[in-house]
Design a protein around this ligand. Structure first.
Ligand SMILES: [Zn+2]
Length: 458
């Protein structure tokens, strides 16, 4: 082969490698740096100069890092050498590290007293009034790791699946770290709360007597990872900013697809199930995906009418694996939006947190003239309005059907809290002069894809 031919082949190879890199997930920004983050592969952090002709990402080039930072963002040259699988969240951390910024960590050394109290709480992990906020404080912000590890043990999963406890802990730590602690709502405490709720549902008689260890394993992993690496903004925001993830997932279940793929990345990276056959691992990844994708609230109508039809016909057979997995999807959906079914003290805190996150998105939308999304305008919305609409159109229809499926004390307790909490928010609404008249209108006007129109229960 002549030198010219070898040179030519080398050029083709370089071009091919360069084009392959375009598969990376990118975060573009208006500052001096654009970030190209490769998921499920290596990570490149490059100066924008190298990618002038390949500019992609969001318009108007919103960098997620601005959500939680007021300072000018720079990425040092040394950061270019980062080569490992990084989620957005882990990118943020490494970026801070390379910039020499240490984030104050509330790592007070816990004394035995706190550990003892946390352990004590875990003995009642199946109680519906479990206070996840207190548990998170007692575990020094490690509620997701501590709770999920405990549940794996409690359900005998470590023994049954011959899990390496070091790998399990490492996996759970990675999961917890990939939640954005800066998000007021979609953070690891929400994931821990959903996992705890899922555990309560798994214990319900109808389910517990028919679930296999495999079902329980998938349910807990899906619950713990269902919002992994959530950026703190919703899908419409990603779509209207033309974000790469929206393009990647064709504007459909954009966040849920990302949570699932991120979970798969961590499962593979941790090697937690490396001892299982490839076939089982692939089955696990796809079934976890089915569970996580079911949490897309815009698909609620479809799931709910399927659930209702099954209940009307009385044909759910939990010996059938497909039926069981459908019920687990419904259970995870319930766990995900069960905040209004908790006690007022817990429920109110969640309401405040989710509203804070909505309003934060609204602030960014205003700043960049993107048009403020429904429920995100702090000038016109109130927590009470948002909560009453949420309960009426999404939570009541779902939990009404769940109570038909599993008519237990827990279901009655949840519906009881739901009713009381709604009455409390209505009281707050009445006290607030000049607001609250248009809550139903707001929900009704929203795109039916986002908020399904369900008949009211009340
Ligand atoms: Zn969630």
């Amino acid at each position: 082969m002549g030198i010219a031919l070898i040179w030519c082949l080398a050029l083709i190879l370089i071009k091919w490698i360069t084009s392959k890199r375009r598969g990376a997930i990118s975060y573009d920004s208006s500052d001096q740096t654009a970030l190209y983050i490769r998921m499920l592969g290596d990570v490149r952090v490059r100066s924008r100069a190298g990618f002038e002709t390949d500019r992609r990402g969001s318009h108007p080039y919103i960098d997620f890092r601005i959500f939680h930072s007021n300072s000018e963002i720079e990425v040092s040259v040394s950061a270019r050498n980062v080569r490992r699988l990084l989620s957005f969240q882990r990118y943020l951390r490494s970026s801070r590290f390379f910039r020499g910024i240490t984030v104050p960590n509330s790592s007070n050394i816990l004394d035995d007293d706190y550990n003892g109290q946390a352990k004590c709480m875990l003995e009642k992990v199946g109680n519906w009034n479990f206070d996840i906020f207190l548990f998170d404080r007692l575990t020094n912000g490690n509620s997701l790791v501590s709770l999920t590890f405990h549940l794996f043990n409690l359900h005998g999963l470590i023994e049954h699946f011959q899990l390496d406890t070091m790998k399990l802990r490492r996996f759970l730590v990675m999961v917890q770290e990939d939640y954005h602690s800066q998000n007021p709502y979609h953070n690891a405490v929400h994931a821990a709360d959903v996992t705890q709720a899922m555990h309560c549902y798994l214990k319900e008689p109808k389910l517990s007597k028919s679930l296999t260890p495999w079902d329980v394993l998938l349910s807990l992993i899906a619950a713990a990872t269902h919002d992994l690496d959530h950026p703190g903004v919703n899908q419409p925001f990603l779509i209207k900013t033309n974000h790469y993830l929206a393009t990647l997932y064709k504007n459909t279940s954009v966040l849920e697809n990302h949570h699932w793929r991120s979970a798969v990345g961590l499962l593979r990276e941790s090697g937690l199930f490396a001892h299982m056959s490839l076939e089982n691992r692939q089955l696990m990844e796809s079934q976890i995906g089915d569970l996580i994708l079911a949490t897309d609230i815009s698909q609620q109508n479809e799931y709910l009418s399927m659930f209702r039809s099954h209940l009307d016909r009385g044909d759910l057979c939990l010996e059938n694996a497909n039926h069981r997995h459908f019920i687990l999807q419904m259970a995870l959906k319930c766990a995900d939006i069960c905040n209004p079914c908790r006690t007022w003290e817990l429920s109110k805190q969640w309401s405040e947190k989710v509203t804070e996150e909505f309003f934060h998105q609204g602030d960014i939308e205003k700043k960049y003239h993107l048009g403020v999304s429904p429920l995100c305008d702090r000038q016109t919305e109130t927590i009470a309005n948002i909560q009453i609409g949420f309960m009426t159109y999404l939570v009541e229809p779902l939990f009404g059907e769940w109570a038909r499926f599993s008519n237990t004390r827990l279901s009655q307790t949840m519906l009881g809290h739901l009713g009381l909490n709604k009455a409390s928010w209505k009281g707050v609404q009445r006290e607030q002069s000049g607001s609250g008249d248009d809550v139903d209108a707001t929900f009704e006007e929203m795109d039916s894809d986002i908020l399904p129109q369900e008949p009211r229960l009340s």
